[in-house]
Design a protein around this ligand. Sequence first.
Ligand code: PLP
Length: 467
Amino acid sequence: MRYISTRGQAPALNFEEVVLTGLATDGGLYVPETYPQFSAAEIAAMAGLPYTEVAYRVMRPFVGDSLTDDEFRGMIEGAYSSFSHAAVAPIKQLDSNHFLLELFHGPTLAFKDVALQLLGRLLDHFLAKRGERGVIMGATSGDTGSAAIEGCKPCEQVDIYILHPHQRVSEVQRRQMTSVLAPNVHNIAVEGDFDACQAMVKASFADQSFLKGQRLIAVNSINWARIMAQIVYYFTSAVAVGAPHREVAFSVPSANFGDVFAGYVAHKMGLPIKQLIVATNANDILHRTLAQNDFSKKQLLPTLAPSMDIVVSSNFERLIFDLYDQQGEQVAALLERFQQQATTLDANAYAKAKALFSSLAVDDATILKVIAEAYQKTGELLDPHTATGYLATQTCAQDPATPVITLATAHPAKFAEAIVKAGFAEGAPLPLHMQDLLEREERYAVLPADLAEIQAYIADKQAQKTA
Ligand SMILES: *Cc1c(COP(=O)(O)O)cnc(C)c1O
């Protein structure tokens, strides 16, 4: 399997190289040159198999000869043994044809665990093979940081540094990061906001000289392995509700477009997906683009669904590349225009997107109403991100005979503020195995929002390791 850049100017890479590489050198994102195809018989044969077996079958073609069968199987088993539900991603029926896919049974209670548990193991393996150490650096306003930390905790070749804005993440989110006491995990509380954290991480990637030759690795959602791991649950859940004999639809709470792009890939691989519904919060670039062909940036709005607070959806470029028939130069030109001013997709590309995608933007007041109403109707307490997907299903589903699967991307206990505001004064309880979270020992450094100081801190820690 070869991977090519969405902007057409960077060298093609194999799977191992693509896992270790962030952005392509031309500024694009890596995608497979072609998508593997699954026949109806192959999809039907997935019925009743364990999650890990479907995961192996769906992902194997993307890995090529970068791993042996046994190596890859071992990583998959390790990654998903950290989930607290035997089905890994169980589905619940909400209504005659509406299902909830619970993606929050991983160690940090959000769907990002599905990908990051595997990515940590892939990185560790490839670095060990090369005799290298890697340094992961990331900024987080919540979910990504803790999922990355949990994913990298067992890694021997990787040190991870996560910057979060001091006193500006929820207590549950902070403790999920800072109570991981593994020697390769480093939490830095920055005396500044999320943008300051993000800017320092960006600057560190642009000039890595402070690391004296160690490799800096990005684990944000542009890493292809994250998309790949997310394709799996589209297959398992679709098969559980009747695919390939029936068509299915999905509703996906979306921000960077990584999760729903995985659904698009599943569709390209032969899974009979009739409709992909994209739900956003008030940060609605995806909705404006899909509903009105208004591809433009808007100022960031902090919302009750903070893991979906974005200005630009980085993975949307992967869809554009496909809609533009893999014409990298046209993609590069469109994205350059987009950086300068409001723009539109060309008519042919837009028509193709409209044939599969629908969308809805949901503001904070509506999120609260939906949480309360969904509980009344179904007895399920939805987290604020999932609530956007739930409403989008009710609003956008085209065909009452087609089952719709709404992705539940986080556990409600992670977002107590919204749950209380929705009228549940006691919040949502943490799952049993996490009930001591608020008593666990924490470890983190508090540092000023100063690039030189942060880099000196990291360089010093790394020098101690290699000494
Ligand atoms: C990251 C996240 C999303 C958005 O996923 P994308 O892949 O960025 O579209 C939605 N819900 C939750 C809870 C998240 O953590």
